[in-house]
Design a protein around this ligand. Structure first.
Ligand code: PMP
Length: 357
């Protein structure tokens, strides 16, 4: 740390992204990317946009917002596109949370919520998940704090029904509720329709997972016009050109290829079920994942050792050191071929079980 680093950031523990190896030899199942490339239109529109990179992009993302709103069944004024959904989550912390409006989220959830709370100096409480790693809805009823919930949750993959989330939103009318829908396209129910009914709800989504655009950084929030305007004030006070031209064009192409996206989600779900069945056959215990990853532990294997053995054999998965989930690994659902190779490798590791106990 330099002697110039501001006191306000000295104790900050930054978010640790999953490994991004320089070599392409790994089967990469550690950051929940899509096994599919961007759609054809995404690629061709982005290539075309590259020819106009001398010009700033449209700060309103007018065309993309319009198309997205139409697909979601909301108004253009009810969406805000951002540089990945991480940015809209940060905007929500910046715009709505402070000393007198603290935040609350589960103890096991997306690690960035805590970092955003810290960097924005927002007091926060982490509510323990139940022993079976589910969110206990009653904990959030009338809690009187700004709530951040990933649904499905990460890294557990477990989803709440929208009816439960609605109870949480309705019981906290003086606080905002942010529902992070990052993995919703893999079998959970979206809360987007509820924005018409609740002026305190923000739903965030991403193009990084189901839409195969993690490398382009595109996400968005959906909420009533007033909340979107507040977050736009934050956006225009930090980076009005938050989405570059190529990303915006690729986003539009992806939305025009919506059928392809839906078909690929179905394939990923089928491959998740294959992976889950095979892991259960090998003695793993899994959560009920509604995402593009599985979360699994084995009574006969140490979570970290298993992660390291897989890495030695060229397969990257995500292991978290935190006490409650250190027995688990989070495994992104890749292509069928990748998952068959993963299962074969796991079988080999379990056979040589001395290394992983
Ligand atoms: N929410 C959750 C629950 C996530 O797992 C991720 C991915 N790391 C994000 C949000 C952010 O995704 P992105 O910024 O790529 O849209």
């Amino acid at each position: 740390m330099s002697r110039f680093f501001s006191d306000k950031y000295k104790s900050l523990v930054p978010y640790t992204p999953g490994e991004q190896p320089k070599s392409t030899e790994y089967i990469k199942l550690n950051t929940n990317e899509s096994p599919f490339p961007p759609t054809e239109k995404a690629i061709s529109y982005a290539a075309d946009a590259a020819k106009r990179l001398q010009l700033y992009p449209d700060p309103e993302a007018y065309e993309l917002s319009g198309k997205l709103a139409q697909l979601l069944g909301v108004e253009r004024e009810e969406v805000l596109l951002t540089n990945g959904s991480d940015e809209i989550l940060n905007f929500a912390f910046m715009a709505f949370c402070d000393e007198s409006h603290p935040a609350v989220f589960p103890d096991i959830t997306y690690g960035f919520y805590k970092v955003f709370a810290e960097i924005n100096r927002v007091p926060y409480t982490e509510i323990p998940l139940s022993a079976d790693l589910t969110v206990n809805v009653e904990d959030y009823i009338g809690i009187g704090k700004n709530i951040f919930l990933a649904n499905p949750n990460a890294p557990t993959g477990i989803a709440l029904p929208v009816s439960d989330i609605e109870r949480i939103i309705a019981s906290n009318p003086d606080n905002i509720v942010v529902i992070d829908d990052a993995y919703v396209d893999f079998g959970a129910e979206s809360c987007v329709p509820l924005i018409k009914k609740y002026g305190n709800l923000i739903v965030t989504q991403t193009f990084s997972k189901s839409r195969s655009m993690a490398g382009a950084r595109l996400g968005f929030g959906v909420a009533c016009g007033e909340l979107i305007r507040d977050m736009n004030t934050v956006k225009y006070s930090t980076n009005p050109y938050n989405i570059n031209r190529m990303t915006m064009a690729a986003g539009l192409g992806t939305l025009e290829d919506e059928e392809t996206v839906r078909e690929r989600c179905r394939e990923i779900i089928a491959c998740r079920e294959y992976t889950a069945c095979e892991l259960e056959r090998l003695g793993f215990e899994l959560t009920d994942s509604r995402t593009n990853f599985v979360f699994a532990k084995h009574a006969g294997a140490d979570g970290e050792k298993l992660y390291l053995e897989l890495k030695k054999r060229g397969i990257l998965v995500r292991h978290f050191n935190s006490e409650r989930i250190k027995d688990y690994n989070r495994i992104t659902v890749g292509s069928r071929e990748q998952m068959e190779c993963f299962i074969k490798t796991i079988e080999e590791i379990l056979e040589a079980s001395d290394e992983i106990r």
